[in-house]
Design a protein around this ligand. Structure first.
Ligand code: NAG
Ligand code: NAG
Ligand code: NAG
Ligand code: NAG
Ligand code: NAG
Ligand code: NAG
Ligand code: NAG
Ligand code: NAG
Length: 905
């Protein structure tokens, strides 16, 4: 009898085991239901809608099949719980009942309050704990020290205070320890040296003080040490380099003193050293030459001295060498010319002398050389741009003599040329006008230049800042300078110029000090009137009063303010879309060999992506409707997966202007240039492909969609999470991106929340920048004189000025800001006929509504602090959307005002 029982039990056990393996979907494979009950309770507390029976799915009780959960191999308990990027908050204490948990990832949510002590008391099997990117406050619970199996602990990007508790020294298996961006204080504990398995230790952006412990030297596996932006003092301990495995050392922005130890030479794998903004003294040890992997060396703003050691040249991979603002003397070692990978050499603000190192200038990868504020003498070599990709040539405030060589015209890629504050003589070579890319600044001030201004300067149509002051220049200001369409800052003061100041907006808008001390100059903005001016108002401000035809397309959300050309564009677009549709509908699998369009031109600007991008795959992706991500005024965006595994976002230009295609080279150059314009909040083109009359622009793929989706689609979900700080930081980011564009005199053509993309950290990136550049009517790159934008974002004055302006951009930004504050779309029937979001908000007082009734109440009622910040934001938005363009603040000012809101917390 007993045997039979045993047999039965075994048989049942075997059967259920098989069933588990064969059809674990059908049967509940969990041994006991403790975890199930716990998980259901967690799901309820955190409002996870895809768990349990909330969603009406059949497989409710087998939690091993639920999303975010991984069970152990025989499906008996939860081993891994990954709840990242879900905007969750709530009480986490329940999670500690999942006692077998090995991996817990709660990163990128909005959990607040202190980290539950019970994690440390109960989850003794835990190997990975990731609580980063939340709002946990309080101190690090000492109970975490009980998690003896922990290999990876990530508490970074929270609001933690207090010191690193000594109890954590029990975590002897720890390999990765990340606590950056908190408010931790006290010192780095000595026992860190006992964590012998440690590979990664990051504690940057905290309030840590005291010295870096010597004991780090016993952490033999340490690869990455990043402690920047703290209050650390004392010297960099020799022992840090003793074990020789270090790959990256970042100690920037502390109060470290003493000198850089010679033992640094032991770290053959050290590729990045960043020790700027400290109080370091002494020489750079010659052993630096042993670091064969060294790629970045950044030690600016210290008190380092002695010569710049030639041994740097042995580091064949060195890409950036920044020794600016120190006490270095001597000259630049000529062997630096052998550093083939050197892209940036920054040594401004030292006491260096000698000739400009011609050998360095011939480095073919050199992008930026900054020798300013030293005592370099000799003349500018004729070979200055013989074979270089130089974009920044900064030689200001030195003792250079001689003439500016005509060969300066070879510096075709230069964005900035600073030669001010030297002893240069001779005339301004007209070849400077050949540097068509020059856009940031041309500064020849405080020299001894004489002669006339070459009219070729007028060809610099991208230049923003021109300073020729304090020389001995003579003659008239040539009318040709009106070609400098992007000019904002000019300075001609203290020369011997004569004649009338040409009528040219950038001149007349300048302060009169820009023309001072030129006895012979007359006209506005100087007070001296000219006699008969032979200069007449010209067409720079072509305020064309076209009759406007509004064409509301499709849903009525897109508007083209059109002139005849648009009709042509429109037809072309339709033709293309039809073509795309027919191809797309034929079959999802298009034959590779048939219908394969011939790529006329294509390039990938980013070197290390060249291999990964396949143009045929790019084209194919844009022919499938299922890949479509979004549709803007000028373009449709597709997702494209490369055979290499890389995912791209591909923009297919809708209104492909024929002239653009005819002027392909111009467009390609423009794109290439834009790909060099780096800003955190702008999407950079990484390449393009052209076939037939279609242009495809390649960008990085941003999985979090657009701001429009974030605001207007997620809010419909029941798990809508109010998060004002994220929204505010998005507003700041967008404003910063636009301010950067405006600084370069680039006006955006289509600012809308649909053109703001979000990366995985919700950092906003403004898209369609290149369209603005390619189609900008004021630049004459295109015959199209259409002003376009998305309905609801178009400033009222565009209706009669037909001119795209910076204040117009500010207006559109104001609309985006209102969307962020109100969670309402720019055009909504609810507002009433002819009323858009701006008019609706402006009309609130007359309707007897308070600002609070305008703001999204789900946000503004969360806390008094949020409400206050939102009201401040509303004030900014109202200034931006002022009906009078001149009353709107500059984008730069908008950034400041928004930042003030963030800072006044
Ligand atoms: C239920 O099972 C189906 C099919 O196996 C799966 O697609 C779905 O995600 C599961 N649902 C849950 C809540 O696990
Ligand atoms: C499942 O595996 C765990 C170890 O991972 C073991 O302790 C447990 O007894 C196993 N359960 C079954 C039903 O096999
Ligand atoms: C979280 O829930 C536990 C019980 O599950 C309770 O003891 C604790 O006080 C709660 N914490 C907070 C912050 O509400
Ligand atoms: C937290 O740190 C661990 C260990 O370094 C790392 O693997 C993980 O990606 C980090 N988490 C986030 C969200 O970056
Ligand atoms: C660290 O911060 C806590 C609270 O913020 C404070 O009470 C403590 O005095 C600080 N300790 C040090 C060493 O500054
Ligand atoms: C840490 O290491 C030191 C010697 O390096 C030793 O004296 C000390 O007991 C160790 N501490 C722990 C907690 O193991
Ligand atoms: C230099 O860089 C190249 C390419 O990144 C790499 O293959 C090479 O190993 C590096 N050299 C050293 C000494 O690290
Ligand atoms: C130039 O235009 C302005 C207004 O646009 C006008 O006031 C001024 O008289 C004009 N000057 C000349 C010389 O035509």
């Amino acid at each position: 009898m007993a045997n039979l029982f045993l047999f039965l039990i075994l048989a049942i056990g075997f059967l259920s085991c098989c069933q588990n393996l064969v059809s674990s979907q059908v049967i509940n494979g969990n041994d006991d239901d403790d975890d199930l009950i716990t998980l259901l309770a967690i799901g309820k507390e955190l409002r996870l809608l895809d768990w349990g029976d909330n969603n009406g799915l059949k497989n409710t009780s087998n939690y091993c099949l639920w999303p975010h959960i991984t069970c152990n191999s025989n499906q008996s308990f939860v081993e891994k719980l990954v709840l990242s990027h879900l905007s969750l908050q709530g009480n986490l204490t329940l999670i500690s009942q999942l006692k077998s948990l090995k991996w817990l990832d709660l990163s990128f949510n909005t959990f607040h309050g202190s980290i539950p002590q019970s994690f440390g008391n109960s989850l003794s099997d835990l190997e990975v704990l990731d609580l980063s990117y939340n709002k946990f406050d309080g101190s690090i619970p000492i109970e975490l020290g009980k998690l003896r199996n922990l290999k990876s602990l990530n508490l970074s990007n929270n609001l933690l205070i207090g010191s690193i508790p000594d109890e954590l020294q029990g975590l002897v298996k720890l390999q990765d320890f990340q606590i950056f961006t908190n408010h931790l204080n006290g010192s780095i504990p000595i026992w860190v040296g006992n964590l012998t398995k440690l590979r990664v230790f990051t504690a940057y952006e905290n309030e840590l003080s005291g010295e870096i412990p010597e004991t780090l030297g016993s952490v033999s596996e340490l690869r990455l040490l990043n402690l920047h932006s703290n209050y650390l003092e004392g010297s960099i301990p020799k022992s840090v380099f003793a074990m020789g495995k270090l790959e990256s050392l970042v100690l920037t922005q502390n109060k470290l003193s003493g000198s850089l130890p010679e033992s640094i030479g032991k770290c053959k794998d050290l590729s990045s050293i960043r020790i700027g903004d400290n109080d370091l003294i002494g020489n750079i040890p010659r052993e630096i030459g042993n670091l064969s992997s060294l790629t970045y060396f950044e030690a600016d703003n210290n008190n380092l001295s002695g010569e710049i050691v030639w041994e740097f040249a042995q580091c064949a991979n060195l890409t950036l060498l920044n020794l600016a603002s120190n006490g270095f003397s001597g000259s630049i070692p000529p062997v630096f010319g052998q550093m083939n990978n050197l892209q940036e050499l920054l040594v401004s603000g030292n006491s260096l002398f000698g000739e400009i190192p011609t050998s360095v200038l011939s480095n073919k990868n050199l992008n930026k050389i900054d020798l300013s504020n030293n005592r370099f003498n000799g003349s500018i070599p004729q070979s200055v741009c013989n074979s270089s990709r130089l974009q920044y040539l900064l030689l200001g405030q030195n003792s250079l003599i001689g003439e500016i060589p005509h060969e300066i015209g070879n510096c075709a890629k230069l964005l900035e040329l600073q030669l001010g504050g030297n002893y240069l003589t001779g005339t301004i070579p007209p070849e400077i006008g050949r540097i068509k890319n020059l856009q940031i600044a041309l500064n020849l001030s405080f020299n001894h230049l004489h002669g006339q201004l070459p009219s070729d300067l007028g060809k610099l149509d991208k230049l923003v800042s021109l300073d020729l002051s304090n020389n001995q220049l003579t003659g008239n200001i040539p009318l040709a300078l009106k070609g400098m369409l992007s000019l904002i800052d000019v300075n001609f003061a203290n020369n011997h110029l004569t004649g009338p100041i040409p009528t040219f907006a950038p001149f007349q808008k300048s302060p009169n000090s820009s023309f001072w001390r030129n006895e012979g100059l007359c006209g506005y903005p100087l007070n001296s009137l000219c006699g008969n001016s032979n200069d007449s108002n010209d067409t720079f401000h072509h305020k064309v009063s076209y009759r406007i035809v509004l064409a509301v397309i499709g849903s009525g959300l897109l508007v083209f303010v059109s002139v005849t050309v648009v009709v042509v564009l429109f037809m072309m677009r339709e033709k293309q879309e039809k073509a795309a549709k027919t191809v797309g509908n034929e079959d999802e699998e298009i034959d590779d060999n048939n219908n394969k369009p011939l790529i006329i031109a294509g390039n990938v600007f980013v070197e290390n992506l060249k291999q990964a991008i396949d143009f045929d795959a790019v084209v194919k992706a844009t022919l499938k409707d299922s890949n479509k991500i979004s549709s803007g005024t000028f373009s449709t965006i597709y997702k494209a997966e490369m055979p290499s595994g890389l995912t791209l976002s591909v923009k297919r230009l809708k209104s492909v202007d024929k002239t653009i295609l005819n002027q392909q080279n111009k467009m390609i150059r423009e794109l290439e240039r834009l790909s060099n314009l780096c800003h955190d909040n702008l999407i950079r083109p990484i390449g393009f492909a052209i076939y037939e009359d279609v242009a495809l622009l390649l960008h990085q793929f941003l999985p979090n969609g657009t701001l429009a989706q974030f605001l207007h689609e997620s809010s419909k979900e029941p798990v809508y999470k109010p998060d004002w700080p994220v929204r505010l930081s998005i507003a700041v980011g967008v404003a910063e991106g636009l301010a950067f564009l405006h600084h370069l005199a680039i006006i955006h053509l289509d600012i809308s929340s649909g053109n703001v993309f979000l990366d995985s950290n919700f950092k906003p990136m403004v898209g369609e920048v290149e369209i603005s550049k390619l189609l900008d009517p004021s630049r004459g790159t295109a015959s199209i004189s259409a002003v376009a934008g998305s309905f609801g974002y178009i400033p009222p004055e565009y209706a009669y000025t037909m001119q795209v302006t910076a204040p117009g951009n500010v207006y559109s930004f104001g609309v985006v800001l209102l969307e962020i504050l109100t969670t309402r779309v720019p055009v909504d029937e609810e507002f009433g006929e002819g009323v858009d979001l701006v008019k609706w908000v402006q009309g609130a007082p007359s309707r007897g509504e308070t600002p609070e009734q305008i703001l999204d109440a789900k946000l503004s009622t969360v806390s008094f602090g949020w409400r206050k910040e939102m009201l401040a934001g509303l004030k900014v938005a109202l200034m931006c959307t002022d009906t009078t363009p001149a009353k709107r603040p500059k984008m730069k000012k908008v950034v400041e005002m928004l930042q003030e809101i963030t800072e006044n917390k």
